[in-house]
Design a protein around this ligand. Sequence first.
Ligand code: ADP
Ligand code: ASP
Ligand code: MG
Length: 417
Amino acid sequence: MARLVMKFGGTSVADIDRIRNVARHVKREVDAGHQVAVVVSAMAGTTNRLVEWCREAAALHDAREYDTVVATGEQVTSGLLAIVLESMGVNARSWQGWQLPMQTSDAHGSARILDVNGAELMKRFDERSEVAVISGFQGLHQKTRRITTLGRGGSDTSAVAVAAAIRAERCDIYTDVDGVYTTDPRVVAKARRLDKIAFEEMLELASLGAKVLQVRSVELGMVHNVRIFVRSSFDRPEDIDPHGNPPGTLICNEEEIVEQQVVTGIAFSKDEAQISIRRVQDKPGVAAAIFGPLAEANINVDMIVQNVSADGATTDLTFTVPAADYDRAQDTIAKARKDIGYERLDGATEVAKVSVIGIGMRSHAGVAAKAFRALAERGINIRAITTSEIKFSLLIEAAFTELAVRTLHSLYGLDKA
Ligand code: ADP
Ligand code: ASP
Ligand code: MG
């Protein structure tokens, strides 16, 4: 007997038929003798609609009320799944974030999990063989007693937090693909499923654009050593042997991976915007004058490129911010113009960041240089570059994203046969 967390995303619970399918997956594990906590997302499209309603109601709205609204999607699914499970003869009870409670910070809209109480769930496993059906994405800020949400894609993080709290053997993330691929399989047909991927690599892949897991879920899994297994919810539950080895990807410690490739995967993100400040004064304190106000405005700056001054007096400085913060960033820089001292402010939103990730890069030189050559041969201009120990990122024109990803995917030998 094992204790398991099973998480199902939006597409997997999109309608009652799919919820029935999910219930059959759950019943399979219960019948095999396992103790199960299920974490569910809102039905596909629901959260987007709720977010849109908030915007329609008022462009600038209170984040506390945003959370009140968007947390409702998951409540519906947890209740429906509990109903279906009971109708199949499986003991089940739904749990909202505030009922557990899933305690979080008060950063409404992207709250951090502080603590989850798993004791009551475990007691019910033992005493009543009851499946816990938990609404993902939601939490409670203890002091203010207000509902919080964990940021888009946050149900993954709820699931890993529950897995840590009940000391589950595994946290299965059921989704609409059968694992983590070398790149988004919806964009590159030749993408290959990985059997295993190290936490560090998954962290980079997720934070650089692969939305298959929320970044914080990977962080949490790494800290608490939760075995996260990404697999498909579309397999017929009856075809799966609960004691067998189903297809999927295990996120695990680096040491568990025997055959380490130099490059493991490629991520991309079109949610970037570029800002260039032309003819900035080249003198001490200018970087602080630019990035200080941006930090104060809570704008995350990512890639930064500063040219060497040609005339000794002025230079150009380029950096990227999330596309959603583009207008605010422009505004912040314009307001600080007197302190910074520059001639012109340029920007572009039609840009994308393509990133190449692999632990093997630590011990191999020249990995990035190969990419520059290959992209140049295809006429793709690189606007900015950043590197770290296990990844490098390139900023390019958005129209070339797919071509760049496919080119790099082949270049590093990731294409499936
Ligand atoms: P869920 O609703 O189940 O949480 P998501 O839409 O959040 O599902 O995540 C699954 C999606 O992530 C897939 O449909 C796929 O298009 C996308 N994706 C992006 N990069 C990858 C990758 N490297 N491997 C697998 N899926 C990826
Ligand atoms: N329903 C939430 C979202 O769409 C959380 C999740 O699906 O993980 O972002
Ligand atoms: Mg998701």
